[in-house]
Design a protein around this ligand. Structure first.
Ligand code: GLA
Length: 422
């Protein structure tokens, strides 16, 4: 087990410089195009343009427990946000996106407040997060592109970290992993107003290809579990439901508040001290078992999700190390069920995809990706069944949700390295 603090002592930063040639063919083509876009749209010199590759993440087990200081798993995948940028000395941030219209532009000396539904929020939040602790005066001119549909793959942390790393580079700052986790958390919690935990940015910062990240969000100790030799081939299917909307305004924050209320009641009933913002991790499992019946039904179910999900993470790590994907997959299915029944985070389209995946040959296990109110479902799958899985999902889902027939997408992804400045 590695502590994030010990990483600081080891002096490791997110700035391990990678050669452009190390990118996959697909990413190299995307990167070359974005570099040219920065040159043409902003008049930058090609030699000044740098690139951040910031992957999306998948969390096979450990859903909705990070905001309660639980245990999580995650992997970065081979789909990403790419941000090509050149530092500028005008102190302005100027950004364009190949996915969203318009230009985002602001002055680092006067960062505007959040604008609802505006894709520039994460850039403004990143600049503000850095301003809280460091002097940043050098701006960036950048063009970015993401290559997966939004929802559950943590595109927010992916772009947030891309902006952070770009601004850090432009301003000569070398910031450690632990601090980048906190900076990205500021963007989400303070600037955007989503009360989430540190799963997303940790997975994007810490992941390595072919390894499963495990993180205890209370102690911030983490580990990267190798794929054992006995493990059969696997990949992840990512199914987009056609539903994308921001997480603020879904039930996300309400669920967090319910978990905290459950924690507060349980601590009070047991006569234990109640911290300012109690988390379920502060409540010993025996206390939960003893007072479960005295909680309002909804709160009892939210708390049960927390304890059972933590248990699934612990068991999942054992199965992973034995290469037992069948058992690991069964835990993912159980995690999905718990999210639906106890945590109630699903939406009908997502639940339909979850059900289809769990009944499809070649799928070891499935669950919503990320928050699960919108966006994508993931499945751990046997690559030999790739086409059969694609055909079945594309046949079944539109029968249940014809309104999303032209939006549904099925992708297959592998694990990949975490965010890098190139
Ligand atoms: C979102 C949040 C994360 C985490 C997941 C659910 O992705 O941003 O912090 O809570 O949902 O596990």
């Amino acid at each position: 087990m590695v502590s994030l603090t010990s990483q600081i002592e080891a002096g490791k930063t997110a700035f391990d410089i990678l050669d452009l040639r190390s990118l996959s063919e697909r990413d190299r083509r995307r990167a070359e195009r974005l570099v040219q876009e920065v040159v043409h749209r902003f008049g930058a010199r090609e030699e000044d343009v740098r690139l951040v590759r910031s992957p999306y993440r998948i969390a096979p087990l450990g859903a909705h427990v990070d905001h309660q200081l639980g245990r999580v798993t995650g992997v970065a995948i081979d789909r990403s946000t790419l941000l090509a940028f050149a530092p500028n000395f005008s102190g302005r941030v100027r950004l364009e996106s190949l996915n969203f219209p318009g230009r985002v532009e602001f002055d680092l000396r006067e960062i505007p407040p959040k604008k609802d539904g505006d894709w520039g929020n994460y850039a403004r939040g990143a600049a503000l997060a850095l301003q809280e602790h460091y002097r940043i005066e050098v701006g960036i001119d950048g063009v970015l592109e993401g290559n997966m549909p939004i929802g559950g793959l943590s595109s927010s942390a992916s772009v947030g970290l891309a902006y952070l790393l770009a601004l850090e580079y432009a301003n000569g700052l070398k910031i450690l992993v632990k601090d980048n986790i906190s900076l990205d958390r500021f963007i989400e919690n303070v600037y955007i107003g989503l009360n989430n935990g540190i799963l997303d940015q940790s997975a994007i910062l810490l992941s390595r290809r072919g390894k499963l990240m495990y993180l205890d969000t209370a102690t911030e100790d983490y580990d990267l579990y190798e794929v054992p030799q006995v493990m059969p081939d696997f990949e992840f299917v990512v199914v987009y439901s056609g539903v994308s909307k921001g997480l603020v305004g879904t039930g996300y924050n309400r669920r967090v508040a319910e978990c905290e209320e459950a924690a507060r009641l349980l601590l009070q009933k047991a006569g234990l001290p109640v911290p300012g913002r109690p988390k379920l991790r502060h409540v010993p499992e025996e206390v939960f078992e003893q007072y479960l019946d005295q909680l309002p039904d909804v709160l009892a179910r939210r708390a049960r999700h927390f304890y059972t999900e933590n248990q699934r993470v612990r068991e999942g790590l054992e199965f992973w190390q034995r290469g037992d994907l069948e058992s690991f997959g069964r835990l993912m299915n159980a995690s999905g069920r718990s999210s639906i029944r106890d945590y109630e985070s699903g939406s009908p389209p997502l639940i339909a995809i979850y059900e289809i995946l769990t009944e499809t040959d070649g799928v070891f296990g499935a669950r919503f990706s990320g928050a699960g109110f919108r966006g994508n479902c993931i499945g751990l799958v046997d690559p030999a069944y790739r086409e059969a899985i694609r055909v079945r999902v594309l046949e079944e889902y539109p029968k249940r949700f014809p309104e999303y027939a032209d939006k549904v997408a099925v992708d297959f992804c592998s694990t990949d390295d975490g965010v890098r400045l190139l």
